[in-house]
Write a protein that binds this ligand. Structure first.
Ligand code: ZN
Ligand code: ZN
Ligand code: ZN
Length: 138
């Protein structure tokens, strides 16, 4: 097992299990936002839906991954960069969906522009998606 996987689990106070390690490896290998279905097909029957669901839920709660909403309506997930924890997710980067390869990636260094909400409105979460052609497809 890769040391990186162990470190990530430890940093986010998650107990090491084979299932968790396998799911993190999938995130590390793919490097794009992935769906529950992608994980299911990658583990190839080794874990059932419920196990995968619980694993993703614990990762979300501990600040290891975040939700990525794209234009298909399917929820995808991507690894968080440094700084996210059980207490809070720190990022406000945008997501990019490529219409050629259909991959959705985190643009970690591109921030969501400031939005001035009318008084009485409070933001808890924001999602910003740009669709187009990625650098591999253009
Ligand atoms: Zn996060
Ligand atoms: Zn592309
Ligand atoms: Zn992201």
């Amino acid at each position: 097992m890769e040391a990186q996987v162990k470190d990530l689990l430890k940093e986010h106070s998650l107990r090491l299990t084979q299932g968790r390690a396998d799911v993190i490896s999938i995130f590390l290998n793919r490097n794009v936002a992935i769906s529950h279905g992608d994980i299911e097909s990658d583990v190839d029957g080794k874990y059932d839906r419920v196990t995968i669901y619980r694993t993703l839920k614990s990762f979300l709660e501990k600040g290891l991954i975040h939700k990525v909403l794209d234009d298909t309506g399917a929820t995808r997930y991507a690894l968080c960069s440094d700084g996210c924890s059980e207490v809070s997710h720190q990022h406000n980067h945008i997501h990019f969906k490529c219409q050629v390869c259909n991959e959705t990636t985190c643009l970690d260094n591109v921030n969501i522009p400031d939005v001035n909400l009318p008084s009485g409105f409070k933001m808890s979460e924001s999602n910003y998606l740009i669709t187009g052609t990625c650098n591999k497809c253009s």
